[in-house]
Every structure is written in structure tokens, then in C-alpha cells.
Unconditional design. Sequence first.
Length: 224
Amino acid sequence: MRYSARAEQQLGGTSGPPSGRDVLLHAHGIVKSYGRRRVLDGVDLVVRAGEVAAIVGSNGAGKSSMLKICAGLLAPDKGRVTISGRLGYCPQNAGVMGFLTPREHFTLFGTGRGMGGRDADRRGRELASKLDWSVARGTLAKDLSGGTRQKLNVVLSALGEPDVLLLDEPYQGFDRGSYVDFWQNVWGWRDQGKAIVVVTHMLNQLDQVDHVLDLSPRKQEAGR
Ligand SMILES: Nc1ncnc2c1ncn2[C@@H]1O[C@H](COP(=O)(O)OP(=O)(O)OP(=O)(O)O)[C@@H](O)[C@H]1O
Ligand SMILES: [Mg+2]
């Protein structure tokens, strides 16, 4: 298996190379510097419908920066990102509001994406249950355990039935069962034809994903 700053098609991927499928995310030639420090140096990533890409690399390698650029939250210095369809983004640090309950989050985020309030609440609880989380009615987000708050973060990113789902270290604090459930969800979303990008430090799933983008500085060097 070769990794590089250009995401490689996995030879051993479980779903095979669906080369005829629609490209839902295309990032081309992404360059990003902070001050004089160049973090991303001509990075490419192509993810089609029904594919999972993993972004790996050491702390500070630029994984979150790359995801923010793909999400349109950070402008690259050079390069271009094209997304087809609806986008879901799960930030590395949970962007939840402490004084709202999880179900209020479902309604707020869901209606913001054009869903009806009840539909958003139902869908949120359904996604939560798939992460082994039974949502209590009254608990405020600030009082959730760290792992459960992170589940809320993941549920919110997937709430609006996104076609492209960007997940930045999404399972921080998950217990083992929830971690396994998380990946089952990812494979399910892949089967539904979504394009998924997961930033991860856990390397044991890498032989099951379709692409691996390694942002370690050495690999970016090799990828040019
Ligand atoms: N707004 C910013 N201003 C200056 N430097 C930044 C900014 N955002 C990120 N950086 C720096 O850019 C580098 C890449 O940051 P980034 O968060 O993308 O790394 P990462 O690969 O996600 O790391 P981690 O594995 O720790 O999450 C780091 O050295 C970070 O300090
Ligand atoms: Mg990061």
C-alpha cells in the first residue's frame, strides 16, 4: 500500500474501484501556509459516490486545515475544491451549545438544513441510537459526557442526509463498542453512495477504506 499527498486508490479496498461513479469531492492542488510555514503543498483528493477516504498524518500535519478547506471554511492560498451535493462537516472540536439539549440541537440544525422539526428530532435520535446513544430528554449538552458530546457532534454532521461527509477525528472519547458502531455507520453511508472523508490516527481501518491521503511532510514531498 502506498500513501502520498495525492490520495491513492486502495488496491485492497472492500468496495473495489467505482471509477464510473460521480466524483462528489474534488480538491486539486491545495496549497496553504500560515505565515511562513507551508502546511499543505499541492494536495489532491478525489472522492466518488460510495467511497471512503482517510486523511492521516502526524499532529500538525495539516489534516484539519485540509478538511476545513474542503468544507469551505478556510480559503486555500492556491488550488480549488469542488463539492457536488449536500455537505456535512464534523469539526475536530465539538461545536455544540452547552445550554441546549441534544434534541434541541437536532431541531435547530435540522431545520437549518430544511428539515421539519419533528423529522429532524426523529432522524437525530435514529442516528444517535446507531452510535449506541439513547438520548435523554432533559440533559443539557454541557452536562453530557465527553464521548456523548462527541456523538452529538457526529449526529449533527450527518443530520441533513449529506452527500459528502467530512469527519475530523470523529470518535474522540468513544468507548470501544461505539467506535465499532461508528465504523459500521461509515460502511453503511458508503453503501448508500455517500462520499466520506475521515481524519484518523487509528490505522487499523486503513485497509478497508478506498483512499488514504497521508499529509506527513515527507509524503507531501514525495507526492509532488
Ligand atoms: N489559524 C492558524 N494560524 C496559524 N497557524 C495555524 C492555524 N491553524 C493551524 N495552524 C497550524 O498549522 C499546522 C496544521 O494544523 P492542523 O490543525 O491542520 O493540523 P492537524 O494535522 O489537524 O493536527 P492534529 O493531529 O493535532 O489535529 C499546525 O502547526 C497548526 O499550529
Ligand atoms: Mg486536527
